[in-house]
Design a protein around this ligand. Structure first.
Ligand code: ZN
Length: 91
């Protein structure tokens, strides 16, 4: 947004340079034109572009825990657990 504003100002400066009859106004307009055009070209975007809306749609599946089934009672337990929370046997 800021870059577009500076670019617009540079266009106005160029227009002033074209329309001005006084040499002082022409110089000022030329400086304005070069300054604002340069800023509009090198100015970094203040904010990164917004993330795509489907960025988080896959997150719940990736956060799904690795599961295994208890060999004693057959219930699903976390992959990292060595003890079954249901029957207190090793899995
Ligand atoms: Zn069990």
């Amino acid at each position: 947004m800021l870059r577009q504003t500076f670019f617009l100002a540079s266009l106005l400066g160029a227009l002033n340079l074209y329309l001005a009859e006084d040499i002082t106004l022409q110089i000022l307009s030329g400086i304005l034109f070069l300054l604002t055009l340069g800023i509009s070209l090198v100015w970094p975007e203040p904010l990164p572009p917004p993330p795509p809306p489907d960025l988080w749609s896959d997150a719940p599946e990736k956060k799904e825990r690795e599961m295994k089934t208890c060999s004693n009672c057959g219930k699903a337990v976390d992959q990292k657990w060595s003890m079954c929370p249901y029957c207190s046997k090793r899995v």
